[in-house]
Design a protein around this ligand. Sequence first.
Ligand code: TXD
Length: 304
Amino acid sequence: MLPTVTIVGAGQVGATAAHLLLLKGLANVVLIDVVEGLAAGKSLDLLQAAAIENLGVAVTGSTDYAAMAGSRLVVITAGLARKPGMSRDDLLAANANIVGPIADHVARFAPQAVVIVVTNPLDVMTRLVLQRTGFPRERVLGMAGTLDTGRLRAFVAQRLAVSPASVQAMVLGSHGDLMVCVKDSIRVDGTAVSQRLPAPDVDQLITRTRDGGAEIVSLLKSSSAYYAPAGGIVQMVTAILRDTHEIMPACVCLEGEYGLREVCLGVPVELSARGVARVVEQPLSPQEREALHRAAEQVRTQLK
Ligand code: TXD
């Protein structure tokens, strides 16, 4: 029997992630949204889309948080998204008021679930969910690093006209201006990117990755990105449901790793059936380490 994944927030990111999960035949999906009819309507549409693909998956939608009972994973995408000119931090107070009570519902109705937080500002919301659920840190993760890494891989692959499958990278730190792109981690067919591109070009691709969300917001105007964010969610969900032990970046509460404590930040983690099997300490240059600590400071300030 397929496991159940609940997605709270049936908006752009939530519904697109549901679609991907169903098409990959990975899970049955429960959608929950406060807007009357939204989750129910989208779940019917998704059920029919799955039937066209001959997939016998279950999809339901509800306004009732109790519908998440028995879920293996809960993904939180509920909240406001950015409009042009807004930073992720402008969403802080409004989204904390949405995500805090949702975390209480998760603790009540899905006490054994692994939680993936997506709502911005991501690092602060992940910490909030960790505190409000009281779950161990292994079971509360934030999604941003898989998205940011995907963006960087896309830009490098496009610039060099190679397959994205040939490009490896690791983007850490905060989801925002203080993201930390580990330059040594960018490799093309196993060779350092510095052998393929001049340093200013690499820097330009890193800057475009850092501003990748804003670039899309400024074009779409009435919403932020959702296809690649949904892909980033499904990459993590797949590793957890299939117990792959893959290493990928995720936002997790640090307990001494990288010299940081009690702050949630993007770092490489090994994902398994129980969530985070291990935080991986990747070698960083002194500048990257300092940038990671600056990101931690900013997240701490926002938490206050
Ligand atoms: O990398 C990342 N982490 C991100 C995060 C990448 C892209 C988007 N990122 C953030 O995800 C974005 O800044 C937002 O904070 C969330 C959701 O973005 P999305 O684009 O999906 O926003 P929508 O389309 O507005 O959908 C949000 C839905 C909407 O249907 C609301 O009715 C619902 O959330 N909502 C709720 N559902 C359940 N319960 C409550 N309380 C609730 N409040 C709003």
